[in-house]
Structures are given as C-alpha cells and as structure tokens.
Design a protein around this ligand. Sequence first.
Ligand code: CA
Length: 220
Amino acid sequence: MKVLIIEDEDALRKPIRLFLENKRFEVDEAEDGKIGLEMARISNYDCIILDLNLPEIDGVEVCKRLRDEKNTTPIIMATARSQIYNKLEGFETGADDYMTKPFNLEELVARIKAVIKRNSLNKSEALIFGQYTIHPESNLVISSNSREIMLSNKEMGILEYLLRNKGRIVSSEELLEHVWSTEVDTFTQTVKTHIKTLRKKVDTQKELILSVKGKGYIIR
Ligand code: CA
C-alpha cells in the first residue's frame, strides 16, 4: 500500500514516514501543497495524509482540487487542535477522515487501513484469486484446502493491485508506480522478476496471471 504524506513540518512528517514504513507501507512525502498536489496527480496512492495548513496551496484547496478532478484516493486530513472548527470544512471538501494533531501513530495506521478498505470495498468484491483467498494485511494466500502461502510485500502488492484491477491490462510501469516507492530506482525488469517469484508460489501453470505481450499483465 502506498501512502503520500503532505506535511510541511519535518518534525511531524519524518516520524510518520518511519512509522508507516515499519508497518510495511510505501511512503512518499511532500512538504507543501503544490508539490503534494502534483504528486497526487502523477502517482497512484492508496491513501493521502494531508495537513491543513500548508505553504503554497493549503490542505482544503488540495483536497478540493483532487475531488474536482475526480481523484477518489482516500484522504485523511490532519490539523492542530486549535483548528478544530475546520473539521466540517474538511469533510465538505471530500476528505474521508480527520485527525487532530498530535495523533497516535497506531491510530493513524488503523485509520489509514479503514479508509483504504472502505475505498476498495466500493471498488470490488472480496479478493478471490483462483482457488485462493488473499489476505493482504498478513501477506498470506490461503488455498481452498487451507494451505497457507506467504508472499513478500512486493509480490502481495502486485497481486493485490492486479486483483483490484481485474479484467484490465496493467502495465509494468503502472505496477512500478503503484507498488514501489518513487524514491527507489526501479525498472520494469524488477516487476518481471517479482511476477516470476509470485507465479512460482501461486500460479505455477501461468493460468491466473496472464502476460499480454508488450502491454503488461492481467487477471481475468
Ligand atoms: Ca502545517
């Protein structure tokens, strides 16, 4: 799962980033509203943590613009206690949740998972993959005869993304953008390698994850 933190205070942004990375999220950060908005437009995030008071473009405006552009990425608004009156405004502009600073990081993670889940429930049915059920939180794939297969973070990231986009061809570039943090230098060859190890674990016959030559991968 990939998260964007838009927050101008280093002292807040850095610990959030570290905490989320420890919880196996991919994390990007932006230190003002303008950069944050651009990043949210270019990359495909699963959740955005958005500060209200930001240089360049404030949080409410960032949220408003994304929603105007039909960007449905879940947004959690974060603001100082003194600005509690902004809560309503936050929801009105299309934020999915709201947290008052300073917040408990465990709670933040719980909220992130909740908004992502809500968002994906809107999008698709349960994550069923052939004879398997998929459990992204634990990186487990469980077969119909209850055999448990452990995937790596990236393998699960790829599988989950393909499943959430079932029926559509997903390019290696899109997988890179979605599953890897933008700071890491990655190449489409990396995706290929991970698809290979993923197939070895759950799709040895290559019947479920199909390669479409020159275009990408699809789960039908
Ligand atoms: Ca701020």
